[in-house]
Design a protein around this ligand. Structure first.
Ligand SMILES: Cc1cc2nc3c(=O)[nH]c(=O)nc-3n(C[C@H](O)[C@H](O)[C@H](O)COP(=O)(O)OP(=O)(O)OC[C@H]3O[C@@H](n4cnc5c(N)ncnc54)[C@H](O)[C@@H]3O)c2cc1C
Length: 318
């Protein structure tokens, strides 16, 4: 039996941030993740200056690909709106692995299947015991499903489905382009170049808005590829996108039950306007760690709900 004071399930940005903070405070912590890192993660990889600040990352000393955007090109119902701002792109496969290593916390590769609570102790698959259990396992987090599902019902209308692909490309245009409600899509599409010759393209939208005859996500994908070709952002039409689903911020009742916590996508914290999830994952990881360290209340209420406001008015920092 492996016994730790704190166990974090999930080594994405939420889990590694929380575990790092707990370790810095001298707590005995491990991370369990079903994947071996580096692991791919479907994500456009756009991050705000606030994410870098919260993570105490100096952009100049980050050792992997990091591209700065001084302008974002928004397209709203086909109208192009350039917005002066300062945002970044990273590759998740590099970023997540680096964050995990930087946390200094040991990681066990194990797929968590069963969790129970006995006499104030959480027991995971009859292998691990802990006092504090942190669920950072993303949309299908086992901590959410075991303890929180009954109190935080996920609202179907906040479910986002996405298709995206990231690949090496001779990038000529290093600006970030975003389309909202393009050609009837109830959602958005993106072109996010990365430093060092990679690009990420994808579309995402409300699950219910996309279902139905002629509205399937795949037909929007074909329109989207036409647009990228027309603007010479990406040439060709043979891509192999993968799909994923996650939840935008909705009414959340509980993020802590006794000594069990949920953070990041396990809660469903992505911003309602742009589906930004990395920032809220990091923020919630820090808040949960602080609550454990100081014995204070953990709440998601202070976490960013909107991305656009911060992008336009610079409240996410420059
Ligand atoms: C297509 C797409 C594009 C996106 N683009 C952006 C973007 O540009 N910017 C942005 O801010 N957000 C974006 N997001 C959202 C963002 O990716 C997520 O909100 C963010 O990854 C949440 O981090 P997390 O640490 O909570 O979860 P994750 O990063 O999903 O990490 C969860 C971890 O838990 C592990 N795990 C799961 N189940 C188990 C188990 N049973 N046992 C052990 N381990 C387990 C997984 O292996 C994984 O490593 C995008 C999402 C999608 C789908």
């Amino acid at each position: 039996m492996i016994e730790r004071k704190c166990i974090v399930i999930g080594g994405g940005p939420a889990g590694s941030t929380c575990a790092r903070k707990l370790k810095q405070a001298g707590l005995d912590v491990i991370i369990i993740d079903k994947e071996e890192f580096p692991r791919p993660k479907l994500c456009a990889g756009w991050i705000t200056p606030k994410v870098l600040r919260d993570l105490e990352i100096n952009p100049e000393s980050y050792p992997h690909r990091l591209l700065i955007f001084n302008r974002l090109y928004f397209h709203l119902y086909g109208v192009k709106i350039p917005i002066k701002t300062k945002q970044y792109s990273i590759r998740r496969i590099e970023f997540d692995t680096w964050l995990l290593e930087r946390s200094g916390v040991s990681v066990d590769q194990h797929r968590v299947q069963n969790i129970r609570k006995e006499n104030g102790t959480y027991i995971i698959d009859d292998i691990y015991h802990c006092k504090y259990l942190i669920g950072a396992g993303g949309t299908n987090c086992p901590v959410y499903h075991t303890f929180f599902k009954g109190v935080n019902f996920r609202v179907p209308k906040q479910q986002i489905i996405c298709m995206e692909t990231e690949f090496p490309y001779d990038v000529q245009n290093t600006n970030c382009y975003l389309w909202f409600f393009d050609r009837g899509l109830k959602g958005y599409s993106w072109y996010v170049p990365k430093a060092g010759g990679y690009v990420n393209i994808g579309i995402g939208g409300n699950f219910h808005g996309i279902q139905g005859p002629g509205k399937a996500l795949y037909s929007h994908w074909e329109h989207f590829i036409d647009t990228l070709n027309r603007l010479s952002l990406v040439n060709g039409n043979t891509f192999h996108p993968q799909g994923y689903s996650y939840y935008l911020r909705h009414k959340i009742q509980k993020v802590q039950l006794n000594n069990a916590f949920i953070i990041g996508d396990a809660v469903g914290l992505a911003t309602r306007d742009m589906g930004e999830g990395i920032g809220p994952a990091v923020e919630s990881g820090l808040l949960a760690a602080n609550a454990i360290i100081h014995g204070s209340e953990y709440s998601q209420k202070s976490i960013t709900r909107s991305s656009l406001f911060n992008i336009i008015f610079g409240h996410s920092g420059k």
